[in-house]
Write a protein that binds this ligand. Structure first.
Ligand code: ADP
Ligand code: MG
Length: 286
């Protein structure tokens, strides 16, 4: 029995979710309903294999992320980190394996927009903000989701919506820049704005791919603080190539997963994985 079935048995809610988008799954699509992760695990990846022309980008990958956890995933180039995110977000379908969001949402039965709607937000490496609009408007647009943009811009915000935008501005440290055009922001500030845009949709799980590439040391530090502050309220998975940044982010207790050739090579605290001979070999061999 896999871990998810065990958790479902323990929680006394072991019902079968059969076909795609059937039964209880529909209810989870209501805004803010989200996954049921009451038993602790937010993301289950089990035995995931992805092949590209016979080459295994992911090879029986098994990984669990807990609710509210900040998990760092590290690994040399080509380890399968981005492919793993593609599987979680529905961009790539695995050949085998299972992927669950909480106890009830079968990610492999959903399409990309449905997965986003269910509460998984993804930050790509390259920031994609609306350069011509202000920081505030970018957050406003992000809140609109798939509603018609112009209809939204001309609508009046409720006090709750204004409060939420203020809250996110504080979180991402751009309160003073709220009236600035996004195009005028520094590279790091654009990255934070994009994280803010994801936060406007209240994702339970945030996936962040190599967030500090091209940042100044000060921006790197600020990004580590921002991502750390999101843990607890959200589950955060950060994929990163840079060991030093992972050390800052994970601290001495955070869990770090090392991917190599599409599978988990090691998992533990940063000290544990950095002392692991297999990890040392892989990183030296780069
Ligand atoms: P990482 O993000 O850890 O650097 P990726 O997940 O991007 O690694 O890639 C893992 C492996 O799969 C690499 O060898 C890459 O060349 C290969 N790969 C990724 N996407 C594709 C694709 N669409 N077609 C063929 N090979 C791919
Ligand atoms: Mg990558």
């Amino acid at each position: 029995m896999n871990m998810r079935s065990v958790m479902r048995k323990l929680s006394g809610r072991s019902r079968s979710v059969s076909g795609p988008r059937s039964g209880p799954l529909l209810a989870t699509h209501a805004p803010d309903a989200g996954p049921d992760a009451s038993r602790g695990v937010m993301l289950y990846l089990e035995d995931i294999t992805v092949s590209f022309d016979g080459f295994r980008a992911l090879n029986a990958l098994t990984l669990y992320v807990e609710t509210g956890e900040l998990r760092c995933i590290i690994g040399p180039n080509g380890a399968g980190k981005t492919t793993m995110m593609d599987v979680i977000t529905g961009k790539t379908r695995p050949d085998t394996g299972s992927a669950w969001f909480g106890q009830t949402i079968d990610l492999l039965s959903l399409h990309e927009p449905e997965i986003a709607q269910a509460g998984i937000g993804r930050k790509f490496q390259k920031p994609t903000v609306f350069e011509q609009h202000t920081v505030f408007e970018n957050l406003e647009l992000a809140m609109a989701g798939d509603k018609s943009v112009w209809k939204w811009l001309t609508a009046k915000l409720t006090p709750q919506q204004l409060e939420r935008i203020d809250e996110v501005l504080t979180t991402i440290g751009l309160t003073e820049q709220r009236r600035a055009r996004a195009g005028a922001l520094s590279h790091g500030q654009k990255q934070w704005l994009e994280i803010g845009m994801l936060l406007m949709q209240n994702p339970q799980l945030l996936l962040v791919d190599e967030p500090v590439a091209g940042m100044t040391p000060q921006e790197v530090e600020r990004t580590a603080a921002l991502l750390t502050s999101l843990a607890g309220k959200h589950s955060v998975v950060v994929v990163e190539h840079d060991m030093a940044f992972v050390r800052t982010l994970a601290g001495s207790h955070g869990r770090v997963t090392v991917l190599h050739e599409g599978s988990v090579l090691a998992e533990g605290s940063i000290d544990e994985v950095q002392a692991n001979p297999k990890v040392i070999e892989v990183y030296l061999g780069e």
